[in-house]
Design a protein around this ligand. Structure first.
Ligand SMILES: Cc1cc2nc3c(=O)[nH]c(=O)nc-3n(C[C@H](O)[C@H](O)[C@H](O)COP(=O)(O)OP(=O)(O)OC[C@H]3O[C@@H](n4cnc5c(N)ncnc54)[C@H](O)[C@@H]3O)c2cc1C
Length: 377
């Protein structure tokens, strides 16, 4: 621990030798936590980031980076390093109806295009960036207890204790921070997702495929020359049928390992509380079909860091929180209806297929929706 932090700890909490006090403690080192930790560290805050996993680690995700991520990555001086990772540039989205008919919508091209990159690589790069910028990052550290005493006392499963003035829940859709603070909404366990990296079929172009099936839907995107990200989303009773479809369609071995995640939907948690923020999936889970979750994670992390830096600098808390609330709402403005529409379409694949049929007659509908999703700033 730096002497600066230690002296601050002593000033605020008295002499507690073994104590580690930080300005901000971030639970979760995914895109939300890393972006927040990097931005806090740049702002000169004594920043702690804790993640239960050892990185690099995979994560159930479609691996697609929405173009709106680029400005945040530029601000973190990471855009070029992300482009240096193995990835695919995605030139179109193919929507396939249950009867196999499809509609193709072109995506933006050039440097700001949509890409797919394995989350193991992307998240590891982000977390390393946070560390480079000065955040104190602890992997394999599971937060298991919290006590609010003006600031926060944070306990880990291995018995370590940390103290921080402000706490951030960036620990995903099943947020432990929210659960420990009695803020976690009851999950809606109506659907489950499976994900795997499988051999890329020959002639699978650089495109995203969103395919409606009687049991749910499948998202597919190449992540490099040899591997395809394959996601399946369905209800618990029908997911094994969808898995068998995938095994046949992509000639997978019977023992193909799958990663799994649930819930795919739950009520949002307000982002700002007293000395406590929620960011990324911990605050709001969006429909995976829209492929926007990473952007919201990165951007909400950045917004929370800006607000916290101002509060800890001594700015008047209420105006700072109001400004944060406006910027946070702006991030989602005009977009949640797409989330609801997507959710309705994927909950009833017949309805999703109907959209694809309509789009074959009038392609501007789907083009408009896709443009909305991939061109936010
Ligand atoms: C099937 C599916 C497909 C998707 N496809 C896409 C896509 O193509 N593009 C897109 O943009 N989004 C997609 N998403 C959404 C995207 O994956 C999430 O929105 C994104 O990962 C959110 O990032 P986050 O940092 O908030 O949370 P996470 O990425 O979930 O990170 C949370 C971190 O917290 C850590 N953690 C949890 N509990 C603790 C604890 N108690 N102590 C310490 N650490 C803890 C975890 O180990 C994890 O590293 C998809 C989601 C699903 C389910």
């Amino acid at each position: 621990m730096s002497s600066l932090i230690k002296s601050r700890a002593t000033a605020v909490y008295g002499s507690i030798d073994s104590m580690q006090l930080f300005d901000v403690a971030i639970v979760g080192g995914g895109p939300a936590g890393s972006s927040c930790a990097a931005s806090c560290a740049v702002g000169g805050l004594a920043t702690l980031a804790l993640d239960r996993e050892k990185f690099p680690r995979e994560k159930v995700c479609g691996d697609c980076l929405n173009p709106s991520c680029w400005p945040v990555l530029e601000r973190l001086a990471l855009a070029e390093r992300v482009r240096d990772l193995p990835h695919s540039k995605l030139s179109s989205v193919a929507f396939i109806a249950i009867d196999g008919r499809e509609v193709i919508v072109d995506l933006l091209s050039g440097d700001g295009c949509e890409i797919s990159v394995k989350r193991s690589l992307f998240d590891d790069l982000l977390l390393r960036r946070a560390r480079e910028l000065g955040a104190d990052v602890h992997e394999q550290t599971t937060v298991s207890g919290l006590h609010q005493n003006g600031g926060w006392r944070i306990e880990t499963a291995s018995g370590e204790i940390f103290h921080a003035r402000i706490l951030i829940g960036a620990d995903g859709r099943n947020s432990t921070v929210a659960r420990l603070c009695n803020l976690l909404p009851r999950p809606e366990r109506e659907r489950v997702a499976l994900q795997a990296h499988v051999p890329r079929p020959q002639n699978f172009h650089d495109r995203i495929v969103l395919q409606f099936l009687p049991e749910g839907y499948s998202g597919q995107a190449p992540v490099n020359e040899t591997q395809l990200n394959l996601c399946l989303v369905s209800t618990p009773p029908t997911i094994s049928k969808l898995r068998r479809w995938a095994e046949r369609q992509f000639q997978l071995p019977a023992g193909q390992p799958w990663r799994t995640i649930t819930p795919l939907t739950r009520s949002p948690i307000p982002s700002a509380h007293q000395n406590l923020f929620f960011i990324g999936d911990a605050a709001r889970v969006v429909e995976p079909f829209t492929g926007e979750g990473i952007y919201y994670a990165l951007r909400s992390g950045e917004l929370a860091a800006n607000a916290i830096a101002k509060i800890l600098r001594g700015d008047d808390r209420n105006p700072v929180l109001r400004e944060f609330g406006r910027a946070y709402a702006q991030m989602y403005r005009g977009r949640l209806w797409i989330n609801r529409l997507s959710r309705a379409a994927v909950l009833r694949p017949q309805l999703g297929s109907f959209f694809v049929h309509m789009a074959r007659i009038n392609p501007s509908i789907l083009k408009l929706l896709t443009a909305k999703i991939v061109s936010l700033g």
